[in-house]
Design a protein around this ligand. Structure first.
Ligand SMILES: *[C@@H]1O[C@H](CO)[C@@H](O)[C@H](O)[C@H]1NC(C)=O
Ligand SMILES: *[C@@H]1O[C@H](CO)[C@@H](O)[C@H](O)[C@H]1NC(C)=O
Ligand SMILES: *[C@@H]1O[C@H](CO)[C@@H](O)[C@H](O)[C@H]1NC(C)=O
Ligand SMILES: *[C@@H]1O[C@H](CO)[C@@H](O)[C@H](O)[C@H]1NC(C)=O
Length: 387
């Protein structure tokens, strides 16, 4: 009975949020095109929302041209225009990409000192330019194709060992840049990460988390007045529904709600069951040994040894469960979603992530990435043949 009341109040809350309120909101949300982030305080869509709708100039956005499409754009001093892929108002973070698809080139000129943004952590990334023939004789990081050409290969590393090694080579140190990164990588093999296609930046001022969080319940964050930068969180809209209507909604929504919840519980239960079965299969490879044998003989791909597997970068997920590739939310091997504090391992070449214990077992049997079948050894061996 108590359970039903809880569900009922949950539905009531949802409904109260949906019913339009008559607050005198001068700042309406804006966006550049469908699917782009909603623009609201502390951001402002320049020439669409009044100045008082944003916090300050650092948060001004425009709809810029990204390959012929109007995309949300922010202009950073020194680095120019970036496309804003995501705005996480609660975590106070934005995800940026380069409209010209060469983020490393933009990173080379990155300087965030006069912007409201920085990173959760930063890491020194050192850019090198090597004669391509030299580059092929060692292998420390993936080349940055958009900065390389036939004669010189540009790549980036975070490893002091590699920096020392390369300084003795006919390579040219281009620049060392402190790049904001999202998580702490505790393995040495970070050079494999290189730079991804996106960069996360966070802002610490203004703080609207109290307003944005689940406790905020639809309150609106904004500046108190044009003269002061003080932040206020307007009261959340109060549900003004007569008691009789509320009872009607409670009965109308409570019963279907319970049924839906029951369905969800059943679904989750069956998923968990399936996952346990899969994990069991992986940790007992003898079950499909025959299969592994036949594929080994036909395409000559064998497993990797322990030290190679250990050299692949590991990460421990934070509370936000963020990954370098944002669409990776489940482990492709056991099909379960990642949870905070879990340890993942990455295949350096393709940057696909998996639970460390899942991928370790896999790599012992088969040296290719289970998702894209990229073998970390394939590139190596083709380089050896060439040289
Ligand atoms: C992009 O936005 C500008 C105005 O900001 C508009 O004139 C132009 O037509 C838009 N282009 C597209 C492709 O939507
Ligand atoms: C960034 O720009 C500021 C000036 O706005 C300058 O003082 C600072 O040295 C620059 N930092 C780097 C790393 O270039
Ligand atoms: C290749 O790129 C380097 C800089 O990375 C540049 O100095 C050189 O002129 C380029 N060579 C060609 C053939 O474009
Ligand atoms: C700030 O000034 C603008 C006019 O410049 C005005 O329309 C707006 O209401 C003011 N906002 C506040 C919060 O005082």
């Amino acid at each position: 009975m108590e359970f039903t009341t809880k569900i009922t109040s949950f539905f009531l809350l949802i409904i109260s949020l949906l019913i339009p309120t008559t607050t005198t909101a001068t700042c309406t949300n804006a966006f550049c095109r469908r699917g782009d982030p909603i623009i609201r305080f502390p951001f402002r869509l320049k020439s669409h929302q009044p100045q008082s709708c944003g916090y300050d100039k650092g948060f001004d956005l425009t709809c810029g041209n990204n390959n012929g499409v109007n995309r949300t754009t922010i202009t950073l001093p020194f680095s120019g225009d970036f496309t804003v892929e995501t705005i996480d108002y609660e975590a106070q973070e934005i995800l940026l990409s380069d409209p010209h698809n060469c983020l490393p080139k933009r990173i080379l000129t990155l300087n965030l000192t006069s912007t409201p943004f920085d990173g959760d952590y930063t890491r020194p990334f050192t850019f090198f330019s090597c004669p391509t023939s030299e580059y092929l004789s060692f292998r420390s990081s993936n080349p940055i194709t958009c900065l390389s050409n036939k004669t010189s290969t540009v790549f980036v590393t975070t490893s002091p060992r590699v920096v020392n090694h390369l300084s003795a080579q006919p390579c040219q140190l281009m620049k060392t840049v402190e790049v904001p990164v999202r998580w702490q990588v505790y393995e040495q093999a970070v050079s494999y990460w290189g730079l991804s296609d996106n960069i996360w930046l966070t802002w610490r001022v203004p703080r609207c988390r109290r307003c944005e969080g689940p406790e905020g319940r639809g309150g609106k964050c904004g500046i108190k007045s044009n003269s002061s930068r003080e932040i206020v969180c307007s009261d959340p809209p109060k549900p003004a529904i007569p008691r009789r209507v509320r009872y009607a909604i409670a009965i109308g929504a409570g019963i279907p709600g319970t049924l839906v919840l029951f369905g969800v519980v059943c679904f989750v239960y069956s998923k968990i069951n399936a996952c346990i079965k899969r994990r069991h299969l992986i940790s007992h490879p003898e079950i499909n040994n025959t299969q592994a044998h036949s594929s080994q003989s036909s395409i000559m791909i064998k497993g990797l040894d322990g030290s190679t597997i250990e050299s692949y970068p590991k990460i421990v997920l934070g509370e936000s469960k963020r990954l370098p590739k944002i669409d990776d939310v489940t482990c492709a091997i056991c099909l379960s979603e990642y949870e905070p504090k879990e340890t993942l391992r990455t295949i350096p070449l393709c940057q696909h992530c998996f639970h460390a214990d899942c991928i370790d077992e896999w790599l012992k049997l088969n040296g290719t990435c289970p998702v894209c079948r990229n073998s970390p050894d394939q590139i190596l061996s083709s380089e050896n043949i060439n040289s």
